[in-house]
Design a protein around this ligand. Structure first.
Ligand code: CP
Length: 359
């Protein structure tokens, strides 16, 4: 199935990813050339969940390209408050806008919405599932700051279990030669087994460690993450993990001079404020670079021809299966109309919306 909905970066070919990064670089250098690229076009930003960077960088990206924006950042100010489902909202909005950027707290919601959109739909985060434009932001930053996407030793620190950006970044960087990973977390918040399988399959070396000071000295990149409070089932569980890894000046003093420190933001307490002035701290630049990445993505998706589209496997419809993930959109009674779509991989059946195994 060919379409222009960006649900996950995995569905972008390596060539498309490199094309997007290249265009982001050109736009950054010559924004004047692109200031009318989206004249007459409208983007709808539908944010069912809070956001600063993703929402506003998409909005500024569209405006800097000459386009206009509509949308909501509080669904309670829209007819969602009256019980409108995703199907109806997306069907209506795709009649108003030329492109949609949507964030929703429920896993699989982006795929569900894409079924009802007649215009390109970009996933801006569907619960703990995917957040492709954050990964695009990360790789654009690596390309701008390190000049390459291969042969990097990348440390990832913090909540490696719940951090969707971590999973997506590892998955993406495994596509480039010679990258290796240092996974810095507590035992409880280590990366899930399927991510380890991806690294093993790609032949990427990885080590797991629970000490940031010991890990930092050999790194080219340190990707810090926040402990994802909203993904924990109890406050006690969150409290037991909070504040374990904090990057401060003292720890940074063991790092290489050309290390870059990234963070998808928002930060809580995992990077001390004193680090902000160190030239290796790149997280605020990263947030700005994300805007160029999103400008490039919008330009490419709104091209009339089909040259920038994604191929995903055709799902199978089965009433005999049910997604086992309680956080999946298919288990939300309000979205009862969604087709029961699944796919098969290595003899197992998976939910086409949230990629969890089916019952
Ligand atoms: N990194 C990121 O997604 O930030 P926001 O939640 O502010 O959009």
């Amino acid at each position: 199935m060919k379409h222009k909905n960006l649900i996950d970066l995995e569905y972008m070919t390596k060539e498309q990813l490199e094309q997007t990064i290249r265009l982001a670089g050109v736009i950054r250098q010559r924004p004047d050339v692109y200031k009318h690229a989206c004249d007459g076009k409208i983007m709808a930003t539908l944010f069912y969940e809070p956001s600063t960077r993703t929402q506003m960088s998409f909005q500024t990206a569209m405006m800097r390209l000459g386009g206009k924006i509509i949308g909501f950042d509080n669904p309670m100010n829209s007819s969602v408050a009256k019980g409108e489902n995703i199907k109806d909202t997306i069907t209506v909005i795709s009649g108003y806008a030329d492109i949609i950027a949507m964030r929703h707290p429920t896993e699989g919601s982006a795929k569900a919405a894409s079924y009802y959109s007649s215009v390109p739909l970009i996933n801006c985060g569907d619960g703990g599932h995917f957040h492709p434009t954050q990964t695009l932001t990360d790789v654009v930053t690596l390309s701008f700051e390190k000049g390459r996407l291969d042969h990097l030793r990348i440390g990832l620190c913090g909540d490696l279990l719940n951090g969707r950006t971590v999973h997506s970044l590892i998955n993406t960087m495994c596509r480039f030669e010679g990258n290796s990973f240092v996974l810095i977390s507590t035992k409880e918040l280590s990366v899930p087994p399927y991510i380890k399988e991806i690294m093993e399959k790609a032949g990427c070396e990885y080590t797991e460690i629970d000490n940031l000071k010991d890990a930092i000295k050999d790194l080219d990149v340190l990707y810090m993450t926040r402990i994802q409070r909203e993904r924990f089932s109890s406050e006690e569980e969150y409290e037991s993990q909070k504040g374990v890894f904090v990057l401060d000046k003292e720890k940074l003093s063991y790092a290489k001079d050309d290390l870059i420190v990234l963070h998808p933001l928002p930060r809580v307490d995992e990077i001390a404020i004193e680090v902000d002035d160190d030239p290796r701290a790149c997280y605020f630049k990263q947030a700005e670079y994300g805007m160029y990445g999103r400008m490039a993505l919008i330009v490419l998706l709104l091209r009339a021809e089909d040259s920038f589209s994604f191929k995903t496997p055709d799902p199978i419809v089965s009433e005999a299966h049910k997604c086992s993930n309680p956080k999946c959109i298919t288990n939300d009674p309000q979205q009862f109309y969604l087709p029961r779509n699944f796919y098969k991989k290595s003899g197992k059946v998976y939910c086409d919306y949230c990629d969890h195994i089916a019952e």
